[in-house]
Design a protein around this ligand. Structure first.
Ligand code: CO
Length: 137
């Protein structure tokens, strides 16, 4: 069902401090930076092998990541698996009894299509599935 791990999402208070750590200290290449209004975040992608680290800074305290930071502080936020067909995958997951946060795919970073699965039904791990945009990776 899942092709590979596409990225891990890390919640940060300060995007530039996060970039300092991952791009400078860990020497990952900064591949992309974007404000994703629909998710209430400013995000960057850094390359690590075929996957990415996605740093997420909230646009405000009332956004999902803003609330997460207030509750848990910065750290590991979610894991994202790549899929070929997100609509079919969502249908399969729902049929398997997985609780979906997004019953339909929405726009993610770099024009991908994404959906989140509820940690209540995934052993406590906020899980994202992502169908990369055509030509994306
Ligand atoms: Co993500």
């Amino acid at each position: 069902m899942f092709g590979r791990i596409d990225h891990i999402g890390v919640a940060v208070e300060d995007l530039d401090a996060g970039i300092e750590l991952y791009a400078k200290s860990f020497q990952m290449e900064l591949a992309h930076r974007e404000t994703v209004e629909e998710q209430g975040v400013e995000a960057v992608l850094l390359d690590v092998g075929e996957g990415h680290v996605e740093l997420l800074a909230p646009l405000g305290p009332d956004t999902p990541v803003g609330k997460y930071l207030a509750r848990k502080g910065p750290g590991l936020h979610h894991v994202a698996y790549a899929v070929d067909d997100i609509d079919a995958t969502l249908e399969g997951l729902a049929a398997a009894g997985i609780e979906l946060i997004d019953s339909e795919a929405r726009v993610g970073i770099r024009d991908s299509r994404v959906a989140f699965l509820h940690p209540r039904s995934t052993g406590g791990v906020l899980t994202e599935i992502v169908e990369p945009a055509e030509g994306g990776h």
